[in-house]
Design a protein around this ligand. Sequence first.
Ligand code: UGA
Length: 423
Amino acid sequence: MNITIIGTGFVGVVSAAVYASFGNNVIGLDIDPKKINSLKLGKVPFFEPKLEDLLIQQQNSKNLTFTTSYEKAIADAQIVIIAVGTPSLPSGAVDLTYIKQACEDLAPHLKENTIVVIKSTVPPGIFKEIKPIIASKTKVNFYLAALPEFLKEGTAVDDTLNPDRIVIGAIEETVINQLTKLHQPFNAPIVTVKPESAQMIKYTANAYLATRITFINQIADLCEHNGADINDVIEGIGYDKRIGHHYWYPGLGYGGSCFPKDVNELASYAKKVKEDKNLVITIGKLNEQRIPKLLNKYSSLIGGWKNKTIGILGISFKPNTNDTREAPALKIIPELLNKGSIVNAFDPKAIWSPSNNSNYTQAKTAKEAINKADCIMVLVEWPEFINYKFPKVEKPTLFIDTRNLFEAEKLSSLGYTYQGIGR
Ligand code: UGA
């Protein structure tokens, strides 16, 4: 099939490469010539395992090309997939500027009966707004469909090649048939529903996972008052088949470019429709309060942050990515610097620095970051940190393990004062 993907951000590039790998003729379109030139060379501006190899492979096989020209990209497309960004407005509601702009720009080039698919995360019911925008700029018949994305950063290629499910939101039979055919090779369950349900599925999945993480963090807080260990609790509840062991290790709350944004958008929607007491509103608030609450506690453990040297391990929002959006480090480091600490941070992939602060260094190695530290904070479960041989220390050193990766006894025997989460 001839497929065009508009927006070569994270989701757009991964989807383009994967659809191409199933033998489709894919064009990736972006208005940014710098991005397109770099993609043509097989380079992506972020770290994502396996992506560059797939990109190069598919461009060599001629299944995948990139362009900045709407005319060239849309003219022969049977399916146009919009994967542009949908950032949040200050109110928490979705900013649809890029979606609307893409619709305006693609419309004049559409051929008869093209399917325009929205992959970006958008509020249910949005087709009522989008349809007239496209219709005002074309005379041909076109269809709209929703195709929400469920990939995770760090495993995006594998997630897209082997999805748990494909959700198609469409009404017309011809659209359902074509999108089903496109996704047959993925060998995954295909859920076909109306567009509003598909869009709600996306928000619900993310809000549920965010709730699960918030819930276990709340239970972890209670464990700290009574001597229970949250890891034991998860072990014990997980054998109940209705509950499971997966996807609720406790920590600093959820980060990244999706959960905080999607929970806030759903909360903003709940308020708009006067569901003021909806749980998602509370989930968002609890997540925002989590890091400040923990920092307060850690501050009292170390006797205040002033003049303390802090070694931070992990700047990205999670392992196997260099994405720092809503990363714990970006909330913690500025606060520590504000309170007068000297901060040395290391991450295997992510690079970040606050503007003009001589008390901050991005270290080149974990060893350099923790050297002479009064406090070590492990913020991300990078494999490098899990396997790291922490040295014996002579002076009092607080070891904050925000991912419960280490054995308290082992670190105590090396001279550290261990502090995990909920244990
Ligand atoms: C998330 C979803 O998992 C994907 O299904 C979805 O497609 C994506 O958002 C999106 O909407 O685009 P992602 O943000 O890449 O994917 O990352 P996750 O691995 O789900 O982690 C999200 C956050 O939750 C991270 O801060 C992570 O550290 C935290 N987390 C995750 C926990 O604190 N505990 C866990 O058990 C799992």
